[in-house]
Design a protein around this ligand. Structure first.
Ligand code: HEC
Length: 219
């Protein structure tokens, strides 16, 4: 790994570490001149924190649905479709334009076919479904996409209480939300979940080539 990539990665991790709780792998990073850090560890930690950030954005949108959809004047409910996944997709798209890093919310069972997994993601999601797969454990690999070397990371996503509003039993979903889902996602396969169920994964693809990480701007 080049020196610039190490610096950019460490700086990003440093910023994230200021705000994020300690998570897997973060312990073996020390921010000092004598530091030694492997490419894999740096990329793993960056991907892990990015996945956590996207998850947090999604959770914030999920728990604020009533606020988002309640009109300021009159206080009546007006579902706007500003769902965790809709916001998450926009965050992923803008983030990709400025960094070259791809973030994606995907699943084997889909509401929006555009979120379909690629072959690598599908394999990982199938592994996550196996009963003896350790809960929450990510899967990673260095591979090549369109001739470009990338670090791939995918982490399972589980259903929490706030998700049931739109992914729970159909009879417990508000009429107006159900109507919105039926109109926009006629082939929806993602209702009937319970808290703790595997819902899909957050997938992160980081280009390893230095310029994609250090020169922000449209690819
Ligand atoms: C307010 C409704 C709503 C809530 C709450 C909600 N979702 Fe969704 N979810 C959607 C919609 C709508 C889509 C499809 C979005 C799109 O068009 O990409 C979706 C898509 C997804 C996807 C992408 C794969 C697919 O099926 O298209 C995942 C993963 C997902 N949701 C997980 C969750 C999790 C986990 C939670 C709880 C933290 C959650 N959702 C809460 C409405 C919701």
């Amino acid at each position: 790994m080049t020196k610039r990539l190490v610096i950019v990665t460490l700086f990003t991790l440093f910023l994230l570490a200021e705000t994020a709780p300690a998570t897997i792998g973060a312990d073996n990073i020390r921010y000092s001149e004598s530091d030694t850090i492997t490419t894999d560890t740096a990329l793993y930690n960056l991907a892990e924190k990015l996945a956590e950030l996207l998850s947090t954005v999604r959770d914030v949108i999920a728990i604020n649905q009533v606020k988002i959809n309640t009109c300021y004047e009159g206080g009546h409910y007006d579902f706007k479709g500003l769902t965790p996944a809709a916001v998450g997709t926009q965050v992923c798209n803008y983030f990709n334009l400025s960094t070259g890093i791809k973030m994606k919310q995907t699943s084997l069972l889909l509401r929006n076919p555009k979120n379909a997994p690629d072959d690598w993601e599908r394999t990982a999601l199938e592994m996550f479904e196996e009963p003896d797969y350790p809960k929450g454990f990510p899967y990673t690999e260095v591979s090549t996409i369109h001739g470009e070397e990338v670090y791939r990371f995918i982490k399972p996503v589980y259903i929490s209480k706030a998700c049931l509003r739109c992914h729970g039993e159909r009879k417990s979903i508000r009429e107006d939300i159900l109507e919105y889902l039926e109109t926009h996602y006629p082939h929806d396969m993602t209702t009937g979940y319970r808290v703790g169920d595997l819902r899909g994964g957050i997938s992160i693809t980081i280009p390893i080539a230095e310029q994609r990480l250090t020169q922000p701007g449209p690819p």
